[in-house]
Design a protein around this ligand. Structure first.
Ligand SMILES: CC(C)(COP(=O)(O)OP(=O)(O)OC[C@H]1O[C@@H](n2cnc3c(N)ncnc32)[C@H](O)[C@@H]1OP(=O)(O)O)[C@@H](O)C(=O)NCCC(=O)NCCS
Length: 431
């Protein structure tokens, strides 16, 4: 590797190799910087820091590109489904027919939640935020499946296959149970159905009446879960990697990722979009007044679902979901005034110099809530849906960490800005 970068500190040059990723991204490998120079890089929020090498997802925010294992997201949206994409994200290749069947069987065989574990729900008040319940239930999987909750990756790859399928399937089942618990409805047992149909059954069937999903609903759900399958080193994925780097098992690492996703700056944005659209609707605005207010520069008035920390172009997922929205509503024979408002907002913002000059485009959250709403999923469940969709990306990233024999524990440094050394003061002499 050529030494083609150098860092000059106090007149002394320190040479470092430049790494080039498979899509040409460049990084300076400063792993020895502190040892060589006694300095660290300060990069609050890690916006300029590559925390790992990864083969899962390529994201080019300037050009609006997202690819999983090399496959463009729009091709996956068109030709694949959520489960096949999950397999691709986790294992690196599109499955053969036999691999797809085996994966599907594992998902079906592991969809249930142990009766003893179901009782954990009783401890939660009905109005507990859904992500709180989900995170804690996923963490408790480590207690119910201790044999799978190990990090002995190299020793038993089959064990990983089972724990990965179990995590995807049970997070889906738990998501539906969280919904029913919040409404005081009895839990439904999973059936031998395809993944998305089973989710809809677990959500909406009644003991006396089976919910039978129409194909348009299943395929819309498939699409939206697929769109969330992975997204490079975002906050929750980095959290899963960090926790996994300590040797923590898959379930514990996923629970930590769910916690990270629960924050409004990450998984909660789709809920904020719906609240915004609803309030525009309630105020009889077509979006014009809101757009003007959003240009005021205040954080509380932002056009939610616009702008992205990484994309400086259309979020490719927003394009797919935006197009799907109208199609899905039409197929379901539904209309939603919030979709009209969203489309007005998008058209107006894309023509407005404020948004154009700041490269603010719709992101994945702008239209996803409208599809969820059309499927009958309430707003407080949107982030749970995001978690179900994102499970494959978390698992694939955990796998990279757990299977790397040369991996190190993630342990950033800091610039300490607290008090310098001082001596203990007894209580009588304080104040
Ligand atoms: C996602 C987000 C946090 C990214 O922030 P960022 O990359 O740090 O962008 P900045 O906060 O630096 O914003 C750059 C400029 O655009 C403005 N801006 C960013 N997003 C905006 C929005 N949604 N509406 C109005 N103005 C916005 C900022 O006020 C800032 O303007 P200035 O240069 O005049 O100060 C931000 O775009 C946002 O809050 N979007 C709305 C919430 C959302 O949809 N989140 C989901 C992300 S998937």
């Amino acid at each position: 590797m050529p030494n083609d970068a150098s860092i000059k500190i106090d007149g002394k040059e320190y040479p470092y190799p430049v790494m080039i990723g498979s899509e040409g991204e460049k990084a300076i490998d400063v792993r020895n910087l502190r040892k060589d120079s006694g300095h660290i890089f300060y990069d609050q929020g890690y916006g300029n820091t590559g925390s790992c090498e990864s083969q899962v997802t390529f994201l080019d925010g300037d050009n609006g590109i997202l690819r999983h294992r090399g496959y463009p997201i729009d091709q996956l949206a068109k030709h694949s489904d959520y489960i096949e994409t999950a397999y691709l994200v986790i294992y690196g290749e599109l499955p053969t027919e036999a691999q797809r069947k085996k994966f599907g069987d594992l998902l079906r065989e592991n969809a249930h939640i142990e009766p003893q574990m179901q009782r954990l729900f009783e401890g939660y008040p009905k109005n507990t935020p859904p992500m709180v319940v989900l995170a804690s239930l996923v963490a408790s999987l480590a207690g119910y499946y201790p044999d799978l909750a190990t990090n002995n990756f190299e020793k038993d790859l089959q064990q990983f296959d089972l724990s990965a399928a179990m995590a995807i399937s049970k997070i889906r089942t738990l998501g539906a149970m969280v919904y029913r618990h919040g409404r005081g409805l009895p839990f439904m047992h999973p059936k031998a159905l395809p993944f998305c149909d089973n989710f809809l059954h677990l959500m909406f069937s009644e003991p006396y009446h089976d919910y039978v999903a129409i194909p348009e609903v299943t395929s819309a759900l498939n699409l939206i879960l697929l769109m969330h399958a992975d997204h490079e080193q975002n906050c929750s994925t980095s959290t899963v990697r960090m926790v996994g780097s300590s040797g923590a098992n898959l379930f514990t690492s996923l629970a930590a990722g769910i916690g990270a996703l629960s924050g409004p700056l990450h998984g909660g944005a789709n809920t904020a979009v719906m609240n915004m659209l609803q309030s525009i609707h309630d105020e009889n605005d077509d979006g014009t007044r809101f757009i003007e207010a959003a240009k005021g520069g205040s954080k509380s008035n932002r056009l939610m679902g616009f702008g992205h920390a990484v994309y400086r172009n259309f979020d490719p997922r927003a394009r797919v979901i935006g197009e799907a929205c109208s199609v899905v509503l039409k197929k379901l024979g539904k209309s939603d005034p919030l979709l009209d408002i969203a489309q007005n907002l998008e058209q107006a913002a894309l023509k407005d110099d404020y948004f154009v000059s700041r490269k603010l485009y719709p992101n994945v959250d702008f239209y996803s809530g409208i599809i969820f709403r059309a499927l009958g999923i309430p707003t407080n469940m949107f982030t749970v849906m995001f978690a179900i969709g994102r499970a494959p990306g978390w698992i694939a990233n955990w796998k990279e960490v757990a299977s790397n024999p040369k991996g190190r524990i993630y342990r950033p440094r800091q610039v300490y800005t607290g008090p310098v050394k001082r001596d203990y003061v007894p209580m009588a002499r304080r104040g």
